[in-house]
Design a protein around this ligand. Structure first.
Ligand code: HXC
Length: 256
């Protein structure tokens, strides 16, 4: 598949999807979002891929939805044409772990896209923000909800109301980013995470992702119930037998 606004390559067990629209700081236009959805679905379906890394350039993960494209949009066409519908939510339908490796600007829809991934690994030059308010709009791809759950009301409110950006260090401290690494180490570190995941039991990985993500959707009691069902289901897998046998036999597990 030939893409114009993203690059896709396989590195070991990881599919690396790089947003590549440098002249617009990877602004997320319709074409880019469609290409991204296709690439995500292809990687999800590829049995050689264990995890997906979504990244941008050193300067920008993505500076938001494409403002020049949005400028002419009017309601009800936005509604009828499903602006921010399926193409923006493609990443939420992916079953393999998706790691956002964020360097530079992750603003507006860029921050929202990163938050839709399963975890954010931040380069030390990353800047997160929801500056939509400066354009007379508000976040539209989940920012007001996911940012608030990630960092709490007060910090999210300040960012969403004023457009203030958050540094990588603050993002890590607030719980938005899993870790901060030097920008040069961003992809290698993301690949290490993917490599670790690739060596584990695939059903356990898929269920771990499902269980953690359910914490954002379900009340506690339902979430715990789901976790227990998934947990018990894993006792029917080879991975559980191998993992526990290896521990008891004091050897490294070999998961198929
Ligand atoms: C379209 C964009 C863009 C964007 C940058 N560019 N962000 N084009 N949409 N979101 C373009 C600029 O127009 C410029 O192209 C080129 O990228 C470089 O940008 P500069 O502004 O010259 O770079 P710099 O001075 O380094 O400033 C970087 C920046 C700034 C701080 C990130 O570009 C900026 O504020 N961008 C907008 C950020 C933003 O408001 N994002 C939220 C968008 S709304 P030209 O050709 O003009 O030189 C949103 C809603 C999501 O995301 C809702 C769900 C869909």
């Amino acid at each position: 598949m030939a893409y114009e606004m993203i690059e896709v390559e396989t590195q070991g067990p990881a599919a690396v999807i790089r947003l590549n629209r440098p002249a617009a700081l990877n602004a997320l236009c319709d074409q880019l979002m469609q290409e991204l959805g296709q690439a995500l679905r292809a990687a999800d379906a590829d049995p050689a891929v264990a995890a997906i890394i979504l990244t941008g350039s050193e300067k920008a993960f993505a500076a938001g939805a494409d403002i020049k494209e949005m400028q002419a949009r009017r309601f009800p066409d936005t509604y009828l044409n499903d602006f921010i519908g399926a193409s923006w939510e493609a990443v939420l339908t992916i079953r393999k772990p998706v790691i956002a490796a964020v360097a530079g600007f992750a603003l507006g829809g860029g921050c929202e896209l990163a938050m839709m991934c399963d975890m954010i690994l931040a380069a030390d030059n990353a800047k997160f923000g929801q500056p939509e308010i400066n354009l007379g709009i508000i976040p539209g791809a989940g920012g007001s909800q996911r940012l608030t759950r990630a960092i709490g009301k007060s910090k999210a409110m300040e960012m969403v109301l004023t457009g203030r950006m958050m540094s990588a260090e603050d993002a890590e401290r607030a719980g938005l980013a899993a870790r901060v690494v030097p920008v040069a180490d961003l992809l290698p570190e993301a690949l290490k995470i993917a490599g670790k995941i690739a060596g584990l039991s695939a059903p356990a990985v898929a269920m771990a992702k499902e269980a953690v993500n359910a914490a954002f959707e379900l009340p506690l009691r339902e979430g715990v119930r789901l976790e227990r069902r998934l947990f018990l289901g894993l006792f029917g897998t080879e991975g559980q037998q191998e993992g526990m046998a290896a521990f008891v036999e004091k050897r490294k597990p070999v998961f198929k």
